[in-house]
Each structure stands twice: as structure tokens, then as C-alpha cells.
Design a protein around this ligand. Structure first.
Ligand code: PLP
Length: 409
């Protein structure tokens, strides 16, 4: 089987999930509590009533799919605009990766500047131009074979949440910076003290005529009042969204600000954005029904945040009492356990300090799996509206035993 499926994660599988319901996923009739929820896409949980009702409606209405503009994508875009009032145009894509790839293309078309600035710790999907990792000198190292050395030369890293160092690097390349792309709240280390840094990026881009791309593929819709940029009153030039947007189906989208839209019109810029399934009616319809539900039921977000706070507080108290070298980091409903006793400030530090714990982290994940808990490989924990407190307590109990047995010996 591993010879015919060529995809990350499929090589060493022992478990292949077959179905999901609420906060559980199933393999060979065994139920596992899911701490991933499709990498944060399923904010309502597996096979939610909203999803099932929307799908039934889609079938009953005999909607089908068209590789041509359709009413469902238009209706969807109107509701997306309710959530993101600063979008003056929306481009539908099929994944977050595609949205990022096309955003970079759009940004490149706006001026003749060549450099892409990425922020350490940001993950932007499987995009060739960004499939690099900064070493300790912030020089890009390739993550994959098959990448272009020209792309590597055009990529600059600035350190997340460090205004002074970022400023120095940006000033050095000032005249050549086409865009700065950032995952504003990083799932690999969800920090709460980054508003000033994000504001700094906004100001820098405005002053130096570079494009600010906010990758809100995780934070879009999830974070109230709708995104990080709305929460912090920041105007991103280009925004990418995905995950929750699709209501459980594959999707990505680009939101273009009024400012960029004006430049496009003024310069008569023609960027190719099309694709067979871009704005397809299935993802648009299900995504729209889900979004309408979420916009009507805003309490759901504060309830979800409360669950995550409960998990974080409870576990951090235990960790402190038992002197375990770990800490739960959280931004609203994005959670991650970091396996270090140090206060971690950025991804490079995190990787450095977690490195010596890798074999223990693998043991910990296996321990949880043996106790019917699916702990995602990237370590980012997403609960859903369906995750019950009963199951959170079950997870907490096992995580505590796992941490104590594996990390204090
Ligand atoms: C912040 C961010 N950007 C981009 C992507 C890529 O999205 P996709 O996996 O849908 O291609 C992801 C996926 O995890 C992400 O978390």
C-alpha cells in the first residue's frame, strides 16, 4: 500500500481512520478521542448536524458542480465579507497551499521588487517558494528536494515577535522587499503577546510599499470577531483563509483589500487565478451553510475558548506541581504542549529545546493512542464544539499519567 499512496504520513501508518462522529474517530470499531479535528478544520466536530443537514440540502436541491461561475460561490462570498469586511475581492482556491501560492503571484505582479520575507515559525503549506526552514543564522534551508535555488536566494527570514532584529534585517533589504508573509498567531507556538509585532509589520509594509500577507488559514473565522486582523485592528493587504471556511470540505481563499484592488485596476494587472474546482459549488454550499451557522451562533466560539482554557489551566497546574518540563501554550482555541521547562519565545528556540525530547514525545503520542486518544503529529491540539468536558477530563487524566511516566523518569 505504501508504494501506491505517495503522501506524507502514509508510509508508516498503523492506523487508518475510517469514520468520525462528534469528538471521536474510529478504526476497526475502536473509538479514539480526536485532538486534531482535521487539523483545525472541523470546528463543529465530525459529522456535525450542520454538516449533515447541509449535505442533505445540497443533494435534495440537486445542485451538482460546475467549472463555471455559480450562485453558490457568490452567496458564499457575501457571507465571507460579513466576517471579513475589509475584503474587496475574494478568490476561491482548493486548499490553503493554493491560496498562498496565488497570493505570492499576485503580490509579485504589484511591483518589480524581488524578495519575499517570511517570519520564522510561520507555516504556509506546501508552497515551493516557502518550503524552507531558517537555520540559527536565519538562512533558508530547504525542507524538500526539487526546490529552486533561485527561490532560496529570494527568501529572507525575520524572527517572529522580535521587532528590533526584524527591523535591522528589513532595513538592510528595504528597496527589494516585495512582501512580508506571516502566520500571525503561530500554531507551532501560540503566543499572546504579538500584537505590537504585527502592528510593526503593518507599519513597515505601509511605509515601504511592500505587501503585507496575513496567513489566517487557521485563525480566519476561528478567532473572534472573525480574524486576528479584526481583533487587532490591522489592515492586511492580502489575506489567506481556509480550514474552518470549508465546513469540512477542501478549500482556500484569498481576500484582497481595497487598496490592492485599486492598484490592480489602475495598473490593469492580469493575474491568473482559475482552476476546475475553484469556487466549486459543493465546498461553497457546505462552507456557506457552516459559516451562516457560525455567524449566528457566536457564543460557540467563547464556549470553545473556555474549554481550551480549562484544559490549559488544569494541565499547567499539574505540570507545575509535578515539576514536569513542559507547558501548555494557548491562543483562544489553538493549543500546543511544548516540552521544555524554559519559557519559549519562538519556534527556533522551541525546536532547539524540544529536540532532545523527540523520542519521549513519540512515546507520549503512542501512549495516548494506546489509551484511545489521537494526539496529532504536529502537536497542535484543536478541540471542537462537540468535544465534551467528560472527554477532556479523560484526555487530561491520561496526558497527566503519560507526562509523569515519560517525562519525569
Ligand atoms: C497557517 C497555515 N497556512 C497554510 C496552510 C496550508 O493549508 P493546506 O494544508 O490546506 O494546503 C496551513 C495548513 O496547515 C496552515 O496551518
Amino acid at each position: 500500500m505504501s508504494n501506491i499512496i505517495i503522501n506524507e504520513g502514509y508510509e508508516n501508518y498503523k492506523i487508518l481512520f475510517e469514520k468520525g462522529e462528534g469528538d471521536k474517530i474510529f478504526f476497526k470499531k475502536k473509538a479514539y478521542i480526536d485532538l486534531s479535528n482535521c487539523a483545525g478544520s472541523l470546528i463543529l466536530g465530525h459529522n456535525s448536524s450542520v454538516f449533515k443537514k447541509s449535505l442533505k440540502l445540497y443533494l435534495n436541491k440537486k445542485i451538482s458542480n460546475f467549472a463555471h461561475p455559480n450562485t453558490h460561490a457568490i452567496n458564499f462570498s457575501k457571507n465571507i465579507k460579513r466576517n471579513f469586511p475589509n475584503f474587496s475581492r475574494i478568490i476561491f482556491c482548493n486548499s490553503g497551499t493554493e491560496a498562498i501560492m496565488k497570493s505570492l503571484r499576485l503580490s509579485k505582479s504589484l511591483n518589480k521588487k524581488n524578495l519575499i520575507v517570511n517570519v520564522t515559525g510561520s507555516w504556509h503549506g506546501s508552497v515551493d517558494k516557502l518550503l524552507f526552514y531558517p537555520n540559527k543564522y536565519l538562512k533558508p534551508q530547504k525542507i524538500s528536494d526539487g526546490l529552486s535555488s533561485d527561490d532560496k536566494k529570494k527568501l529572507i527570514y525575520i524572527p517572529y515577535n522580535d521587532i528590533e532584529k526584524s527591523s535591522k534585517i528589513l532595513n538592510k533589504f528595504k528597496n527589494d522587499i516585495n512582501c512580508i508573509i506571516v502566520e500571525p498567531i503561530q500554531a507551532c507556538l501560540p503566543l499572546n503577546n504579538v500584537k505590537k509585532y504585527l502592528k510593526f509589520l503593518e507599519k513597515y509594509c505601509k511605509k515601504n510599499n511592500s505587501t503585507l500577507i496575513f496567513d489566517e488559514i487557521i485563525t480566519g473565522i476561528r478567532i473572534r470577531p472573525g480574524s486576528i486582523q479584526r481583533k487587532y485592528n490591522i489592515n492586511a493587504d492580502i489575506t489567506t483563509i481556509g480550514k474552518v471556511l470549508g465546513g469540512g470540505l477542501p478549500i482556500g481563499a484569498i481576500g484582497i483589500s481595497e487598496k490592492i484592488n485599486k492598484i490592480i485596476k489602475k495598473k490593469n494587472i492580469k493575474v491568473f487565478f482559475g482552476g476546475t474546482f475553484s469556487g466549486n459549488s459543493l465546498s461553497s454550499f457546505i462552507g456557506n451553510e457552516t459559516l451562516k451557522f457560525l455567524l449566528k451562533n457566536k457564543k460557540l466560539f467563547s464556549n470553545l475558548n473556555k474549554k481550551c482554557l480549562y484544559f490549559q489551566k488544569n494541565l499547567n497546574q499539574f505540570i507545575k506541581k509535578e515539576e514536569i518540563k513542559a507547558k501548555v501554550y494557548r491562543f483562544d482555541s489553538i493549543l500546543r504542549i511544548i516540552f521544555s521547562k524554559r519559557e519559549i519565545e519562538n519556534r527556533i528556540q522551541r525546536d532547539f529545546f524540544e529536540k532532545k525530547n523527540i523520542s519521549n514525545i513519540i512515546k507520549f503520542r503512542q501512549y495516548l493512542l494506546d489509551h484511545k486518544i489521537y494526539y496529532p503529529i504536529n502537536g497542535v491540539i484543536f478541540f471542537s464544539n462537540s468535544t465534551s468536558y467528560k472527554n477532556i477530563n479523560y484526555v487530561l487524566n491520561h496526558i497527566k499519567v503519560g507526562l509523569k511516566n515519560i517525562f519525569t523518569k
